[in-house]
Design a protein around this ligand. Structure first.
Ligand code: ZN
Length: 145
């Protein structure tokens, strides 16, 4: 295991997210306003359209898939930490269509809310920073520098 920190439960919020807001950006804005440096997030609701990513491990880049239609947020969960001195949310999302089919991936900018209900939990303990990891090409959590 590369990294292991212990946290205590901090503050908890239930939030109604704004219609027409960008899902990831709204959560980062909330984290910034409240000063949530480490935490976990859970969202259900619906989107007007979505952009989800799949990480190509060979090319070390995200392939984006745009879903330009209304979908249910069946599940969306992830975490909050810090990257480049700012608040960063990392979310994965599962979306469902009217026929019950589902799509999922790494949440990307351009996922526009119709309605969203979030539960946000702060974790109290060491700051958690993301930095470039050469093995994966991803901005992973790293030891405090
Ligand atoms: Zn991801």
């Amino acid at each position: 295991m590369y990294l292991f920190y212990k946290y205590k439960q901090g503050r908890k919020w239930v939030a109604r997210l704004p219609h027409d807001g960008d899902l990831g950006a709204e959560l980062e804005k909330f984290a910034r306003e409240q000063g949530i440096k480490v935490g976990r997030v859970e969202v259900i609701g619906a989107v007007k359209e979505a952009v989800i990513g799949f990480y190509d491990q060979e090319k070390k880049e995200y392939l984006a898939l745009k879903l330009a239609r209304p979908l249910e947020i069946l599940n969306c969960s992830g975490n909050l930490s810090l990257k480049d001195g700012d608040f960063k949310v990392h979310l994965h999302i599962t979306l469902g269509d009217r026929d019950g089919r589902s799509f999922g991936g790494h949440l990307m900018p351009g996922t526009i809310l119709f309605a969203g209900e979030a539960v946000i939990e702060e974790l109290e303990g060491p700051e958690l920073h993301r930095g470039y990891d050469p093995q994966t090409g991803l901005p992973l959590w790293e030891k405090e520098h």
